[in-house]
Design a protein around this ligand. Sequence first.
Ligand code: GCO
Length: 459
Amino acid sequence: MKQNKSFPEGFLWGVSTASYQIEGAWDSDGKGESIWDRFTHTPGKIRNGDTGDTACDHYHRWQEDIQIMSQIGVKAYRLSTSWPRILPAGTGMVNQKGLDFYTRLVDELLQKEIIPFVTLYHWDLPQTLQEQGGWKVRSTAEAFLEYTDVITRCLGDRVKNWITHNEPSVMAHNGYHLGAHAPGLKDLGASLSASHHLLLSHGWAVPLIRKNSPQAKIGLSMNVNWMAIASPSQADHEAYRKSSGLWLRWYLDPLYGRGYPVDVIQDVIRLGALLNSELPFVYDDDLSVIAVPTDFLGVNYYTRFISRSTEIPEADNLPPNVTQSQRNQENWTEMGWEVYPEGLNRVLSWLYYEYQPPQLYVTESGCSYSDAPDNDGVIRDDRRIHYLKQHFAASLRAIENGVPLGGYFVWSLMDNFEWDQGYAQRFGLVWIDYSTKQRLLKNSAIWYQQIIADNSICE
Ligand code: GCO
């Protein structure tokens, strides 16, 4: 029999976006160039040659977008501020028009009783800083502090929820090691020093935000997908140790006071990216700076990945890395990611019991399906509704399991620029017609409206 299952009172139902993915206006009103502007303007980097030059044109249509959020009834909105819109050269001159944009945005959100969660860095580093070494060098962490000071002095009286970084592991790996994201480097050693400077800048920023924004709650968002081990073999366990080490423990361990994991350092030495276990980029007090207490951990969850040793590819009954055409449509999104809701419960529970953050939020979770308006103009994105319902249910299981989960931000409010995938992937609750920039609520947005109003799901 179906049952109504309620969420705790005050649970924050939200939506999430990021500046480069929605704003457009890439060179308007004094904004400086970002590494994503440079990267997307470089031929061959992005699917279909797409750029974020206009994206959803949110920079000009922000009022309509807030109106839509208000119509859906969201309680909270996670946005990110664009560093080069505020400090065009990364440091020094402040662009008042950039600050004014975010001030108007925040004021309008508050007016509509939507709580802003502001991410300071969602990957759009000023290009000028990249030319000085980007996150590879310590001075970028110092520059981040200057930027944090400017923005939190401006908004700190009204914004009370701050996220320093979005997915530092993805920034460091995809940007500096795998080369798929800006700045497009392929150097494991560089990605390690980048990761350290990202974490250091977080550690420095937290006390500054506390000073400029009294009573603020501060956290950082990590992408944590569920990592399953393909088989009980030693080789598959070893594959799991390595990948979870590099992608998760390398970040979470220092953030929660354990320092960098020794086994990962040994792996990296074996790969030739470090000479020995002395990490040249770590200075004396850095680890205690990074371990500064925070108020919450943001979790971006999408899928399950399977750790499998390449030596024994077929040794189990978990899905192999099959091609898109072989996949059961229902269980795989158009990103090629498996739909695996129980992983969210496991991730939230693992993070809470392993690292004990005082609170957790799902700061992103969602799916890419390209369902378009039918002839009658209705967007029947039933697969998204199914995805969200199952992931909300998994969140509730985590709450029942004792996890202090404060809210869930659906990725994303609207279709937007999906990094190296350009506009080919649509994660939105709201459809964007990219030729006219018209917004249209999908059925999932209307369904979400009801979930928020009821604060419960029916299972
Ligand atoms: C990320 C980012 C988002 C993405 C989303 C879908 O996780 O990569 O935070 O900007 O758009 O996750 O891939």
